[in-house]
Design a protein around this ligand. Structure first.
Ligand SMILES: Cc1cc2nc3c(=O)[nH]c(=O)nc-3n(C[C@H](O)[C@H](O)[C@H](O)COP(=O)(O)OP(=O)(O)OC[C@H]3O[C@@H](n4cnc5c(N)ncnc54)[C@H](O)[C@@H]3O)c2cc1C
Length: 364
């Protein structure tokens, strides 16, 4: 008899399995995919660690979590500094003095501030949609070139049809600083994320290719308690309806060139280009291989059967989640956790923190 059956070998499940095993518990992990590591899985192609379910950059200000992940694997010193391509123009992101000097051929923060302030005046009343909201925050030039097309591709709608509240703030920096994240610690595991999860699961029985929901009767008998990190609505056979997600479609290509775009992340901000971004994976790890692997990202509306990526935490879906949570609270000998179990967007550091906090309560 196992003490715990962990459903899902993503970071939440793997951290729990690791900590429980450390406390002398007997743990079995089942994972429906044919590999471990959940959405942070990286696969080696042409010697390059390819982020299979979307680009993942580890960033945190939580020193305990940074020390925790570094105790398993080594991280490199990658800093995320995306580039935006609008037609034939290239701009640094996030919006900063490099962006502004390129856009307006100016040199000082004062000049940039004056231009933005002047352009913001175009919107006088309460912004009625995302377009007006964005212009009221950063002015028309930045909106037209760097926000409009990208956002319209993400939402598959015109910005004038998207509610204003979606964008609350648009941070602008009046320094020459391209570092996307403000966190104290940042990097990518030197050998990819899969190794991090392998290390967490070292010495623990893991069965891949096993869907808990299809074998729940037999599997539940194997353990005293279940830690479930799959979708909460799927656990209840969608009896109250489906929780909605936003999905992404990736098109991967191996190219016969050593350097395709010179940066890991390039956002395509004009609407006419159908993809939102191209990721060139080798640049996450300063790769010098002869070939390169790129992923074009297309934003897709989600339907049942697609990979669920981003939860849509609007009022309707949050309410539905609360109803599922009430059902989950009544279930015995099972806990729901992680991004799918809690229907919540978690960055990696946050999901590890959440799993460790749960361990503290559960593994006394
Ligand atoms: C496109 C994208 C980009 C991201 N980029 C970043 C980033 O740059 N930085 C960052 O910090 N975070 C990023 N994240 C967030 C990161 O992916 C999550 O924090 C992390 O994956 C959450 O871990 P988890 O264990 O909760 O879920 P998951 O990683 O999804 O793991 C859950 C596992 O459970 C398995 N499972 C589900 N149902 C069953 C079942 N019935 N039976 C058996 N197994 C099952 C799944 O197959 C999966 O392997 C990104 C997320 C997305 C979608």
């Amino acid at each position: 008899m196992y003490d715990y059956l962990v459903v899902g070998a993503g970071p939440y499940g793997a951290v729990f399995a690791h900590e429980a095993t450390k406390k002398g518990k007997k743990v079995l992990v089942v994972e429906k995919r044919d590999h471990i590591a959940g959405n942070i899985y990286t696969e080696r192609v042409e010697g390059i660690n390819v982020h299979k379910y979307g680009a993942h950059i580890f960033h945190t200000s939580d020193k305990e979590i940074w020390d925790y992940v570094n105790s398993f694997v080594e991280f490199n010193n990658y800093i995320n500094a995306p580039v935006a391509r609008y037609k034939d123009e290239l701009y640094n992101l996030p919006f900063n003095m490099n962006t502004f000097s390129k856009m307006w051929n100016i040199k000082t923060p004062k000049e940039a501030k004056d231009i933005i302030e002047k352009q913001k005046q175009e919107i006088t009343g309460e912004p009625q949609n995302l377009e007006e909201q964005a212009i009221s925050l950063v002015g028309r030039d930045i909106y037209e070139k760097l926000i409009k097309g990208y956002t319209e591709k993400q939402w598959e709608r015109d910005c004038t049809q998207i509610p204003a509240f979606i964008i609350k703030r648009l941070p602008v920096r009046f320094t020459f600083d391209n570092n996307y994240f403000r966190d104290r610690y940042q990097g990518i595991p030197v050998n990819g994320y899969t190794e991090l999860v392998e290390k967490l699961l070292e010495g623990i029985e893991v069965r891949t290719g096993v869907d808990f929901l299809e074998n729940r009767e037999e599997l539940r008998k194997l353990a005293k308690k279940v830690i479930y990190t799959g979708p909460i609505d799927a656990y209840f056979n969608y009896e109250l309806g489906e929780l909605a997600y936003r999905s992404i479609h990736f098109e991967n290509e191996i190219l016969d060139t050593d350097n395709f775009q010179g940066n890991a992340v390039v956002n395509y901000t004009e609407r006419e280009v159908p993809y939102t971004r191209i990721i060139e994976h080798k640049h996450f790890e300063f790769g010098e291989q002869e070939k390169t692997v790129i992923s074009k990202e297309y934003s897709r509306e989600w339907k049942l059967g697609d990979e669920p990526y981003y939860p849509i935490n609007d009022a309707k879906n949050n309410e539905l989640y609360q109803q599922y949570k009430a059902l989950a609270d009544k279930e015995e000998n099972i806990e729901f956790g992680g991004r799918l179990g809690e229907y919540k967007y978690y960055d990696m550091d946050k999901v590890i923190r959440s799993s460790l906090d749960f361990c503290k309560k559960e593994l006394k």
